[in-house]
Design a protein around this ligand. Structure first.
Ligand code: ADP
Length: 664
């Protein structure tokens, strides 16, 4: 076993690797950029080496500097984590040349899977089933378009060098093809330095089912069951689970064998993941192989009782596989929810911010939190906006899902927008509870997950109003925080100067709602959304006990960066009070759509200055937080001028262009 390893990564995965290394008695070296000087992974490691300024390409992507850090600190091996250099064949080769073990597969295996097209050719030869499509070298747009037409729409364009859903575009008709190809190529070029594309038949209702494989140096390979990662936004996973619901032993074996065959076709070593699309009829197709540890590996650990990082270290140091295929046991069910600083109501746009308050649920045999941040840390533009991975386990899917919902409701994050309430609503939605998952899940069940139906509003508004009143009475009264027995803490109407009828404006479901609450002793009569609701309630700490027309329920009230989230058995409701004197503070200004959504770089100007454009025409593309954002014409009109050129850095909120709308 190694004496010391260097972790060429940051955040939660660096912390995750350090934990196992420490348990195994292996010393650790972290690397850090200026932005991460005080980061948790740096604090946890035995040693840490500074490698450069915050942008990843000037620090975490600089192979030479990282290797130099390993040599200086006499590390025997480098664990690349995921992302950054984890699938960089040149880096793996240089490590080997310098006598430092790369904890991952041999260089040719990374190369073989580095291009999605080349990988497909290898898998085709090995007899692994593929999604129908074109994966050739000829990149003539006319040829790609012809392939799409021949296959029939919808098709999916994918960057052959792609990953993380970048450089990928669905195309539903021939009119959309050229714009989609250009956008996918641009995104691919800026993310991967290469704009080769492949065209695939777009399956409309598949599941994403992937197999965890491991191979040792003697060429033995096994699979550690599968993960279902169908629930995605922007082709990126948000909730993963293991095992895949409804997976039969026979199909698991068939897909698992296929996965091991895929790995062995490229002489694989160590941990890898073979991703498949599983169609409704049980047909499965190879999608790609990731030659590294996956973000979602913990769900596999929870159901197999194995530590995959330990397996990686064992195999990289020459040991055989710890288990044979028939010794792998699956026990119970696990979920992972990825908690991001992002705004689900704004197309899941990543956001930045300071984690002013951070209180994860308590960890136990059922609840695990993998994170790389602490209270007070910054979610910056430089790196992925993931705050933590919440992993839960229990004997059955149903029970594990209950654990997930309650752990999400206990998670407290202040200082930035998060997807916590979105995850909660997803986890408690009927189709998810019933495991009716496929990769279009979020789009298909949008109204349900986002609680956009009128009945949700009717149900949630009175409860939100009650919660807010009780919260205010608990917090605003004199002496409220000092004397628990003070009458000011009471939520009853006898308080001297408190009016018996309260009027409030709540912003909820993207709208302001005028609400009137009449308070008669312990009874509250709420007029909201055109309805009268009678309810009673009590707020004890952050637990809200309430009774609505004989139905008693318990909820949790969480303060968030901009208001409150009320977690109820039927879903979460996010709201804030609109104060009369300030009005709606965050109403978008007239030109809001033409401002940079966040700090980033201008990638392309797509419209001619002075030329007429239709509403919704793409005008400008910028890149921020590793994603492309297209700024479109709000109406028909023309661009009077662009304020920036490609390559320019812009601040979030900056006006990008001057747009003149056509006269009506
Ligand atoms: P990346 O490497 O960028 O993550 P993948 O090839 O792994 O890209 O695909 C990511 C996701 O995109 C898949 O999990 C799936 O939801 C969707 N996807 C990929 N290929 C297809 C396809 N041919 N039809 C339908 N959905 C697809």
């Amino acid at each position: 076993m190694f004496n010391k390893i260097l972790i060429a990564n940051r955040g939660e995965i660096a912390c995750r690797v350090i934990k196992t290394a420490r348990r195994m008695g292996v010393a650790t070296v972290a690397v850090y950029s200026d932005a991460d000087r005080d980061a948790l992974h740096v604090r946890m490691a035995d040693e840490a080496i500074h490698i450069g300024p915050p942008p990843a390409r000037e620090s975490y992507l600089l192979g030479e500097r990282i290797l130099a850090a390993a040599l200086t600190t006499h590390a025997d091996a480098i664990h690349p984590g995921y992302g950054f250099l984890s699938e960089n064949a040149a880096f793996a080769r240089t490590c080997a040349e310098q006598g430092v073990v790369f904890i991952g597969p041999p260089t040719p295996a990374i190369e073989a899977m580095g291009s999605k097209s080349a990988a497909k050719r290898i898998m085709e030869e090995a007899g692994v089933p593929l999604v129908p499509g074109y994966h050739g070298d000829d990149q003539d747009p006319a040829l790609l378009r012809a392939c799409a037409e021949e296959m029939g729409y919808p098709v999916l364009l994918k960057a052959t060098a792609g990953g993380g859903g970048k450089g990928m575009r669905q195309v539903w008709s021939s009119e959309e093809f050229d714009e989609a190809l250009a956008a996918a190529r641009r995104e691919s070029l800026s993310s991967f330095g290469d704009d080769n594309m492949l065209v695939e038949k777009y399956l409309t209702k598949p599941r994403h089912v992937e197999f965890q494989v491991f191979c040792d140096n003697a060429g033995n390979g096994i699979y550690l069951a599968e993960r279902d990662c169908s629930v995605q936004r922007r082709h990126q996973k948000v909730i993963e689970e293991a095992p895949a619901p409804g997976m039969s032993d026979a199909l698991r074996q068939e897909m698992g064998d296929s996965a091991v065959k895929a790995a062995q076709a490229i002489d694989y070593r160590g941990a890898g993941t073979v991703e498949f699309l599983l169609d409704e009829d049980g047909t499965f197709y190879f999608m790609e192989m990731n030659t590294r540890l996956q973000v979602e590996h913990p769900v596999t650990e929870m159901i197999t009782g194995q530590d995959l990082v330990e397996w990686q270290l064992l195999i990289a140091s020459g040991e055989p596989l710890p288990l044979a295929q028939e010794e792998v046991r699956i026990h119970g069910h696990a979920f992972e929810a990825r908690i991001y600083a992002e705004d689900p109501d704004n197309d899941f746009l990543p956001v930045t911010g300071n984690l002013a308050f951070l209180q994860p649920p308590e960890e136990s045999t059922h609840v695990r939190v993998d994170t790389g941040v602490r209270q007070g840390d910054e979610i910056s533009v430089f790196y992925d906006p993931m705050i933590a991975k919440l992993i839960v386990w229990d004997e059955s899917r149903e029970r594990a899902l209950q654990r997930l919902a309650s752990a999400l409701a206990e998670y407290r994050i202040g200082g930035t927008v998060t997807n916590l309430d979105f995850l909660y609503n997803l986890a408690t939605s009927r189709p998810f509870v019933e495991a009716e998952v496929d990769t279009g899940f979020i789009d298909k069940h949008r109204e349900l997950i986002f609680h956009e139906r009128h009945q949700d509003l009717e149900r949630e508004l009175p409860l939100a109003a009650l919660a807010l009143l009780l919260y205010k009475q608990q917090h605003d009264g004199p002496g409220s925080s000092v004397d628990p027995w003070s009458p000011w803490r009471s939520s009853n109407a006898w308080r001297l100067n408190e009016p018996h009828t309260h009027r409030l404006t709540l912003h909820c479901h993207q709208q302001d709602h005028e609400i009137e609450v009449e308070q008669r002793h312990s009874l509250y009569i709420v007029h909201a959304a055109g309805r009268e609701t009678q309810l009673q309630g009590e707020l004890v700490g952050d637990i809200l006990h309430m009774e609505v027309e004989g139905h008693r329920q318990r909820g949790t009230l969480a303060r968030t960066h901009d208001g409150f989230t009320l977690y109820l058995p039927a879903g979460a409701c996010h709201f804030h009070e609109v104060l009369p004197d300030t009005g709606e503070a965050d109403a978008p200004g007239a030109g809001a759509g033409l401002a940079a959504p966040m700090n980033g770089t201008i990638v392309a100007l797509l419209a001619e200055v002075g030329g007429a454009v239709e509403a919704d025409t793409p005008l400008l593309v910028m890149e921020a937080m590793k994603m492309e954002h297209t700024i479109r014409a709000p109406t028909a009109g023309k661009v009077a001028s662009f304020f920036y050129q490609p390559g320019d850095l812009v601040d979030g909120g900056a006006e990008l262009l001057d747009f003149t709308a056509d006269e009506e």
